[in-house]
Ligand binder design. Structure first.
Ligand code: PXL
Length: 289
């Protein structure tokens, strides 16, 4: 029997996207492309395609907690992230389970909290009454929080229109308890650049990238948070992990592809040597659609 070394293990606590674009499907693809073993604590199953979400089925909070504790107890993990958490009850169960297995700043395992509130179609992925739980229960446990500008507005009340306002928002988010706050600039559509701002309570780090002209950005936030989580699992500092995540997602947006009649996903394919894979005679990708 061939025996190889166990890769770094990471955990995503997130929802399923049946269309395969965002959610835990994007997380697992990114983990694979980053060379880490991905595990999942599923919080919700969305009924979804490229046009939007038409249904949500919640996983019982105790089952979410049990998934976290079961993989942590046997397999162990070096970093964890959250995506769609849906309800205050699930958030509370996640916070308690994380404490029990030492995920987050009360323990020793780096914890990235991506405060997913809505899909890019505006479909609600977090109940209104769950926003407080996210802020009060998870932010103080987070190594890093990674909101986009819509989530920043919901969490802080600040509407970001400029780089100065991004800094102000990063300060407000940091005051909610995470070790680091990352304000992502991708949703500032008028700007030719996507400038992200990272803040640890002392220093601002500015991460610029050119805006890429595509409507296919489904799963971009999940992909970035997963790449950051993978880098943290390998021992990167938070600034280095965020630089890596930004570079990873920028390439993924550059390789985004159309899917169905709506919005297509960003793609981790850029990280894999497609030219080395057999085509089995299928030359034009569209022929497969
Ligand atoms: O991209 C945020 C996100 C996270 N998780 C699930 C989603 C989405 C966006 O649609 O469906 C399950």
């Amino acid at each position: 029997m061939t025996q190889t070394t166990t890769p770094p293990r990471v955990l995503t606590i997130a929802g399923s996207d049946s269309g395969g674009g965002a959610g835990l499907q994007a997380d697992l693809r990114t983990f694979f492309a980053c060379g880490v073993h991905g595990m999942t604590a599923i919080t919700a199953v969305t009924v979804q395609n490229s046009l939007g979400v038409t249904g949500v089925s919640l996983i019982p909070p105790e089952t979410v907690a049990a998934q976290i504790e079961t993989v942590a107890g046997d397999i162990g993990l070096l970093a964890a992230k959250t995506g769609m958490l849906a309800t205050a009850e699930i958030i509370e169960a996640v916070a308690e389970a994380c404490d029990r297995v030492h995920i987050g700043r009360n323990g020793e395992i780096p914890f990235v909290v991506d405060p997913v509130a809505a899909s890019m179609h505006g479909d609600q992925l977090l109940l209104d009454n769950a926003l407080d739980a996210l802020r009060d229960e998870l932010f103080p446990r987070a190594t890093l929080v990674t909101p986009n500008l819509d989530e920043v507005r919901l969490l802080t009340g600040i509407t970001v229109r400029s780089y100065d306002e991004s800094r102000e928002a990063a300060k407000a988010l940091h005051a909610m308890g995470p070790q680091w706050a990352l304000v992502k600039g991708g949703h500032l559509h008028e700007s030719p650049e996507c400038v992200d701002v990272l803040y640890d309570g002392e220093t601002f780090l500015e991460l610029p990238a050119k805006r890429i002209d595509t409507k296919h950005t489904h799963g971009g936030g999940d992909t970035m948070a997963s790449a950051i989580t993978s880098a943290l699992a390998k021992g990167a500092s938070v600034p280095d992990a965020v630089r890596f995540g930004k570079q990873f997602v920028t390439n993924a947006v550059r390789h985004a592809y159309p899917l169905g009649g709506g919005v297509g996903p960003v793609s981790a394919f850029w990280r894999l040597p497609q030219e080395t894979l057999p085509t089995f005679g299928l030359r034009d990708r569209d022929e497969g659609a």
